[in-house]
Write a protein that binds this ligand. Structure first.
Ligand SMILES: Cc1ncc(COP(=O)(O)O)c(C=O)c1O
Length: 420
């Protein structure tokens, strides 16, 4: 990478503190993660000074198909021959085609696609659609849920992110209920004044607690009973990461709205989509100009996203994700049995995994020791006991074996350090 020759890592850190984000830059340094990402390829990336890391955070699934996936790069290069961002005012070949493909590969309940630049924007669109469709203002989300940082999305989540910006939202408008609690959900919906319930199918930032059998289907039933829409946030759980294209398919729920982003970009071109039922998208028949996003649904991004959907649904890819999930699940269980006091749980659906440790900040320590051992995975921000462990759907057995070896070392070192 030429740039690394022109600028030193120390200079990048200095400039980041001066001009980019002082708090974030300093925090990672304080946490012992002295990282400035340089070269990246497949499921590996390198620090500017050369340290090689296995990426099992994947930026929440953004690099589901690997860093700089050659097929995605070639799709974008090809797209640049004929297209640019496009003009959001007018119909276009690529937007129309992507919307059709999305309608075909999402649950039957979904029809129109509204295209955005990123996950939070797409979540805000989902919320707006639900308000228009129901003429109700309230939203229900789960305690410790996370749906992004834009105006509406940030108020759905934990105060950790909304309070600093005075964006908590009125508690009567943004209702938070415990996950896996149908009684609390019914109490919140009973007054028939809630526009939508929004749930990330397996909440990542909360450490991937799995929905209890019947929970999500029960929520959908309650939504139908009380005239509320169901929004599935599939920003992290979509795109074959659970072994099905959408995580929600495992739970027998046909949502009214589904949101995809992160991996939808192929890690190359930012794009997100809010796929809505005819009812939730009715506003587009009445006032199609009511929502606008200049860069949302860039024609370049549309072509990239279609390639992502095509790759993710290939038979060999489905077989691979099933193999990787089974293999890692089985081998991690064996590691867990070797450190039973410390490594106490594995939450898993496909390659969406949370590794649970006994210590209240166990995953923070495991993150550090994995980093020392060449593995990059992040603890769950809202449950520091759980490490988000998210390999890519194209990785092979050799990658898994290297990962398992390094993970065992890291877990062993963290356990020792914490006195287990
Ligand atoms: C589940 C979920 N929803 C929404 C978002 C917001 O996406 P973005 O950061 O692209 O705005 C994220 C981002 O991490 C996410 O994990």
């Amino acid at each position: 990478m030429n740039q690394t020759k022109e600028i030193s890592k120390e200079q990048v850190l200095k400039q980041s503190i001066e001009w980019w984000n002082p708090g974030k830059t300093k925090q990672w340094q304080a946490d012992g993660v002295d990282l400035v990402i340089g070269k990246r390829e497949g499921y590996y990336f390198y620090d500017m000074k050369g340290k090689k890391l296995m990426d099992v955070h994947l930026n929440g699934g953004t690099y589901n198909l690997g860093h700089r996936n050659p097929e995605i790069i070639s799709t974008l290069k090809q797209a640049l021959e004929d297209f640019d961002i496009g003009n959001h005012h007018f119909p276009s070949i690529n937007r129309a085609q992507l919307a059709k493909v999305l309608a075909e590969c999402t649950p039957d309940s979904l029809h129109y696609s509204i295209l955005s630049c990123g996950g939070s924007e797409a979540i805000d669109v989902a919320l707006k659609c639900s308000r228009y469709a129901t003429k109700r203002k309230k939203f229900v989300s789960i305690i410790n849920g996370y749906h992004g940082h834009t105006g509406l999305a940030v108020s759905l989540g934990n105060e950790r992110y909304s309070k600093p910006f005075l964006s908590e939202g009125s508690p009567s408008e943004f209702i938070h209920v415990p996950f896996n609690d149908l009684q609390a959900m019914e109490a919140a919906l009973r007054n028939e004044d809630v526009a939508c319930v929004i749930i990330e199918t397996i909440p990542a930032t909360y450490g991937f607690p799995l929905p209890e059998p019947g929970y999500l289907a029960g929520v959908k039933k309650l939504c139908e009973k009380y005239g509320t829409l169901y929004v599935a946030d599939e920003v992290q759980t979509g795109l074959m990461r659970t072994g099905k294209l959408w995580g929600i398919e495992h739970y027998g729920v046909e949502p009214d709205i589904l949101v995809t982003s992160k991996g939808f970009s192929g890690g190359i071109y930012p794009i997100a989509a809010t796929i809505v039922s005819k009812k939730a998208g009715q506003w587009m028949n009445e006032d199609g100009m009511a929502h606008i996003s200049t860069f949302g649904g860039s024609e370049l991004g549309c072509l990239v996203a279609m390639k992502v959907l095509e790759i993710s649904q290939r038979e060999e890819v489905v077989q691979n994700v099933n193999f990787v999930s089974r293999y890692l699940g089985y081998e991690l269980e064996k590691i867990k049995q070797r450190y039973p006091e410390f490594f106490v749980g594995i939450r898993q659906l496909g390659v969406v995994m949370g590794l649970e440790f006994d210590h209240p900040e166990g995953a923070k320590h495991v993150m550090s020791s994995l980093y020392e051992n060449g593995v990059w995975a992040i603890y769950s921000m809202l449950d520091n006991r759980v490490l988000q462990f998210k390999p890519g759907i194209l990785c092979d057995k050799n990658y898994c074996d290297e990962l398992l070896e390094r993970c065992e070392l890291g877990i062993k070192q963290a356990a020792r350090k914490l006195g287990y």
